[in-house]
Design a protein around this ligand. Structure first.
Ligand code: SF4
Length: 709
């Protein structure tokens, strides 16, 4: 579609963490014209099929347009009055920690900021977490353990400047297509560039691979421990870098000592020659980017896997340079922005943790919450899975869910549904009129969506971009930040939430991120250079990478260029990793390994992307992908309906028989819900097992049985 008609509005695509710039125009008939923004540094005008179909995924049909309380449509004032009354009654009867919030990487940073401020600062509960827990919590925890901060060191240009790009646990071609296109073009221009793909499945990303390693699921930490040991044994370490800028190398190497080629080859199920070729390529090049995503993060040892990767980069000094670094790519459009405001249960605010020196006093002063009872919580709250367990136990009595559908997306979804059923007060802010979650809601609040609201998002390379509203909201739908602030006003906190526009919220967020005095602990997230923009400056804000400070007013393209890390002594920490295999064990009853993931043309639970016929055409129904030998073993023909069973649920889909799948493993898409099909949900097929450090669920390693239907 051409962006014709009135003047273009520059905004950002909401369909993945690449964060492409989009120029949108309102046509005379009220529809949108869409084209890629040639000036946006994430995409330089490119859009993938989801981005270019954005205008087809909008519309007022199936939108929530009025607030509901106890099944009856009502006014905003009545809904918010009831919400405040019931939340307050819950706090009075059961204490501040009986209320909780569950947020989403679909929210804008300003929405996230006021939600975090209301729940932690004014309601005094630490129990605020986000669906980003399912997406990048392991990557966050690993960066913090190793580099001292949740700080992605690289940028997209590094993918183009690298001599070797390693894609591990990432089907970039389907899940971050514009980034894949950038890599493909860069590789075509530079014949010396190599790409290695490490994935149990042969994916479309293999099209540009010089080497493919079809790894056994869950064995990634051993693979990278093996690389560390190989580098040490073959004199490929950067000893000067190790000596000057790191600590803990000896312990990490000791933990990797038994990861010799033959053992790694046997356990990872990779031909030893191919394995050694990868090790040689990695060790011989300085400009190496290892790009990883959910295949690494969604694991019961995801944090260790991320750290095993970072260890190898530190060992070779392959970080803080153009074309070099461990690069975690986020799934959602604003997973990063949520982290920035403190939207994880283990964070306080502005990238500060509860234990960051001076953080509690600083935030209390900044939000002026010192006279409140209860005070700001002093310890982390429940992470996503723990939160729903606490609801099931009856400990949490009131939950506000914003812009996400945990009844579908969390593992052991049947248990999540039981918990929601039992929760005395469930409040849901949502755009779509038909989702599985709404059946559990006591109070439903209609929210605006993409193209209707204003704010900022941060993409996978730390780039803050504006989303801009250009279409009217349907019916009585309101912006999330407005809904939260009005709820705060009804709760008696109006003065602290008296914002009239998101630019005022952004300004406060930017000010909180800055340093107050010299004695504060070192932290990287600082956008104080964006404070005081005013409405005009905020409206004109061009994409910029944080940190943005007085000394770096134009942002920061790459971190750790001076090899000074955000740890107390400035040295990066090696983490000793003991590899562990998936915890969801195979058995005689459930003998197949289940992998789940996105497909190219759909987004999350399809409430928007299912509206576009051309997106549905790619894969229009739930499916089960399996190897031909497994098809024969279980008596399943191509296109036949089949059923997967797990301890906690069933899933039906059409068989897609493919050599891209390893024997003994099946793949299903994560998008279909009860609202779209009665086939089943991927979340129902997974046990609620999490990484002990990050709390991220093990969504790539279910155990299932297969039968024809
Ligand atoms: Fe949107 Fe991601 Fe596609 Fe870019 S790559 S157009 S952000 S879905």
């Amino acid at each position: 579609s051409q962006a014709t008609g009135s003047a273009c509005t520059a905004t950002t695509c909401p369909y993945c963490g690449v964060g492409c710039g989009v120029n949108a125009t309102v046509n005379e008939d009220g529809t949108l014209g869409i084209e890629g923004d040639r000036d946006h540094p994430a995409n330089f005008g490119r859009l993938c099929v989801k981005g270019s179909a954005l205008h087809e995924t909008l519309g007022h049909q199936d939108r929530l347009t009025t607030p509901w309380v106890d099944g009856k449509a009502t006014s905003w004032d009545a809904a918010l009055g009831t919400l405040a009354e019931r939340l307050q009654a819950t706090r009075t009867a059961y204490g501040a920690e009986s209320v909780a919030a569950y947020l989403s990487g679909q929210l804008l940073t300003e929405d996230y900021y006021v939600a975090n401020k209301l729940f932690k600062g004014f309601l005094g509960t630490p129990h605020l977490d986000t669906n980003s827990r399912l997406c990048m919590a392991s990557a966050v925890a690993a960066y913090k353990r190793s580099l001292g901060a949740d700080a992605v060191p690289c940028n997209y240009e590094d993918l183009e400047e690298a001599e070797l790009v390693v894609l591990v646990g990432s089907n970039l071609a389907w899940n971050h297509p514009v980034l894949y296109q950038r890599l493909k073009v860069a590789k075509a221009r530079n014949p010396l560039m190599r790409v290695v793909v490490i994935d149990p499945r042969v994916t479309d990303s293999c099209e540009i691979a010089d080497l493919y390693l079809g790894i056994a699921p869950g064995s990634d930490a051993l693979l990278f421990n093996g690389l560390l040991a190989w580098m040490a044994a073959n004199h490929k370490l950067d000893n000067v870098y190790l000596e000057r800028h790191t600590q803990g190398f000896d312990d990490a190497l000791a933990a990797a000592r038994d990861a010799d080629l033959s053992r790694v080859s046997a356990i990872c199920d990779i031909d030893p020659e191919r394995l050694e070729t990868f090790y040689y390529w990695f060790a011989s090049q300085l400009h190496v980017v290892t790009l990883y995503s959910q295949g690494i993060n969604q694991s019961s040892s995801g944090t260790d896997k991320c750290n095993a990767i970072i260890n190898c980069h530190l060992a070779g000094g392959k970080i803080g340079l153009p074309g070099a670094g461990p690069f975690s790519i986020t799934g959602q459009p604003n997973a990063m922005g949520g982290r920035e405001v403190g939207g994880l249960a283990n964070q306080l605010a502005a990238h500060m943790d509860y234990h960051s020196p001076g953080a509690l006093a600083r935030v209390t002063r900044f939000w002026a919450t010192d006279t409140l009872t209860p005070r700001l919580p002093e310890a982390p709250g429940y992470k996503a899975i723990e939160l729903f367990e606490a609801i099931e136990r009856g400990e949490i009595k009131a939950l506000w869910i914003m812009a996400t559908n945990p009844a579908v997306s969390l593992p052991d979804a049947a248990r999540v549904r039981r918990a929601l059923e039992k929760c005395p007060l469930v409040i849901v802010s949502e755009c779509a009129a038909h989702t599985d979650l709404l059946a559990y809601a006591d109070i439903i609040l209609p929210a605006t969506g993409w193209s209707e609201k204003d704010g900022t998002v941060t993409n996978s390379e730390r780039r803050i971009s504006r989303q801009r509203g250009l279409l009217p909201a349907p019916g009585q739908a309101r912006h999330d930040w407005w809904i939260i602030c009005e709820a705060a006003r009804h709760l008696g906190f109006g003065e602290a939430f008296a914002y009239t526009h998101p630019h005022e919220i952004f300004d406060e967020h930017a000010r909180l991120s800055g340093y107050e005095n010299e004695g504060e602990s070192k932290r990287l997230f600082d956008i104080s250079g964006l404070a005081g923009l005013g409405l005009a400056g905020y409206d004109a804000l061009a994409p910029i990478q944080w940190p943005v400070t007085y000394s770096a007013p134009h942002g920061t393209a790459r971190l750790f260029e001076d090899a000074t890390f955000a740890t107390p002594n400035g040295r990066a920490r090696f983490i000793a990793v003991t590899p562990r295999l998936p915890e969801q064990a195979l058995s005689a009853a459930f003998p197949l390994r289940l992998n789940t993931g996105r497909i190219r043309d759909q987004w999350h639970t399809m409430t928007r992307t299912a509206r576009a016929p051309r997106l549905m055409n790619h894969r229009f129904e739930p499916f089960i992908e399996l190897h031909p030998d497994d098809a024969e073993r279980y008596g399943i023909e191509a296109q036949q309906l089949a059923v997967l069973s797990a301890q906690s649920g069933e899933y039906r889909g059409r068989a897609r028989i493919s050599n891209a799948q390893r024997r003994g493993e099946v793949f299903i898409p994560m998008h279909w819900t009860d609202a779209f099909s009665k086939a089943g949900r991927s979340g129902a097929m997974l046990a609620a097992i999490t990484d002990p450090v990050s709390g991220q669920p093990e969504a790539k390693h279910g155990a299932v049985a297969l039968a024809p239907l």
